[in-house]
Design a protein around this ligand. Structure first.
Ligand code: GLY
Length: 413
């Protein structure tokens, strides 16, 4: 199969690596320097629908997979589909499940999907009034896309008011009942009518060990998640099924990877958000674990004909991904450091057993250098989380550059 991966982060590198490993020819638009060993890079941005259409035609692409949310919310998948390419990704109508948190929480209510109690404030005045009187703590969210940085859990009144003020400048503000518990990310491959469960992962969005410090795009992830018992997993699968059925019933069938961000509460899992794509860094942990040829079920889903029995599902074993970010990330990233331990193709020069490396922001200049906030995801695979973790950190030590920001407690159970 000839597959186009759209996007240029470590999630897209993991997709390209996996598709190539499964024997497919892979193009990446725009990709990144570290993906060149796994994909042919084409200098077309993920938002450039006419440019992507031209690539699909020129390279006779059989399947396009779009990684990041912004082009999905902007309707890039619709444009490619209209041009005749099978696309594993939702169109704009279905991507709204991520593009508007207010809409997504209303959707949960309409379809009986368990979610926190929510208030949506359309204006800054309403948001400030609500922040000044609501129960605390409260989760304050920007309605639209914020690259993972649109949520503040406010423990006190000044924090709630400050978050409301900041987010109201960008549009509606969503206030959600605070839920205590552990978070989990759940994924299903969807063909518009069916949701085929394909695994759980947990990411860590805060910069510092112990889930402290500022929110980031994600500092690492692991799979499987040992504290999800069979009862909770069954409830999570039912949520994914209900979401796909609900989207179809509302005339916006969801095709692609549906990602439910959930809180495990003592009353069962509750949806904190839906995303319309694979998670980053969850994808870097999940993709190496999936059995079989990943492209075939993706193409079947893109064509609306997925057999759930063929969906990607995790093999026994575990994977842990650890992100290395550049100094100053996330507030003021200051890239440019030399990255040791990589060969000319950007792979680990001396790979620890079961270790992989996925690039997000590197350039080749006198060897390899950092070129952005989150730079690399180092992934360890093993029979269980402990060994996978040991291998991930061995890989991370091999490529650790000056001033790298990295959590030391990924999957530390
Ligand atoms: N890891 C969370 C996200 O991809 O949004």
């Amino acid at each position: 199969m000839r597959v186009l991966v759209v996007g240029g982060g470590a999630r897209e590198h993991a997709l390209a690596w996996r598709l190539r490993r499964d024997g497919h020819a892979v193009w990446a638009a725009p990709g990144n320097a570290g993906m060149a060993a796994d994909a042919r890079l084409v200098p077309v941005e993920a938002a450039d629908a006419p440019g992507l259409l031209a690539v699909c035609g020129r390279e006779s692409i059989d399947l396009a997979v779009i990684g990041p949310e912004a082009p999905l919310v902007a309707g890039v998948a619709d444009r490619l589909r209209a041009g005749g390419t099978p696309v594993l990704a939702p169109g704009a109508a279905a991507a709204r499940i991520e593009g508007s948190k207010a809409w997504a929480m209303g959707f949960c209510r309409r379809h009986g999907i368990p979610a926190p109690a929510t208030s949506v404030c359309a204006t800054a005045a309403e948001a400030l009034a609500h922040a000044s009187s609501c129960a605390l703590p409260v989760a304050v969210k920007a309605d639209g896309l914020m690259a993972g940085k649109g949520v503040v859990v406010a423990a006190d009144r000044p924090a709630a008011v400050a978050a409301a003020e900041a987010f109201a400048a960008r549009g509606p503000v969503v206030f959600e009942e605070y839920l205590a518990g552990r978070e989990v990310s759940a994924f299903a491959l969807c063909d518009g009518r069916r949701a085929a469960f394909c695994g759980l992962a947990r990411d860590h969005k805060r910069l510092l060990d112990g889930d402290r410090g500022p929110m980031t795009g994600g500092m690492g992830a692991f799979s499987p998640v040992p504290d999800v018992d069979p009862g909770a997993e069954a409830a999570i699968r039912a949520i994914l099924d209900a979401a796909v059925a609900g989207m179809a019933a509302e005339g916006a069938p969801f095709v692609g990877f549906l990602f439910a961000g959930l809180m495990l509460t003592d009353r069962g899992p509750r949806v904190l958000e839906f995303n319309c794509r694979l998670g980053d860094p969850e994808a870097q942990a999940l993709l190496p674990l999936w059995a079989g040829d990943v492209a075939e079920p993706c193409l079947a889903a893109a064509r609306g004909a997925l057999d759930p029995a063929d969906a990607p599902r995790p093999m026994p074993g575990a994977a842990v991904g650890v992100v290395l970010a550049c100094p100053g990330y996330p507030e003021a990233p200051a890239p440019g450091q030399s990255v040791p331990g990589l060969d000319a193709d950007g792979r680990l020069a001396v790979p620890p057993d079961g270790a992989l490396i996925f690039h997000a922001a590197t350039v080749r200049r006198d060897g390899w250098r950092t070129a952005g906030g989150r730079v690399l995801t180092c992934v360890g695979r093993g029979p269980g989380l402990a060994e996978a973790r040991r291998r991930a950190y061995a890989a991370a030590e091999a490529v650790r550059f000056a001033g790298a920001r990295m959590r030391a407690d990924m999957a530390a159970y």
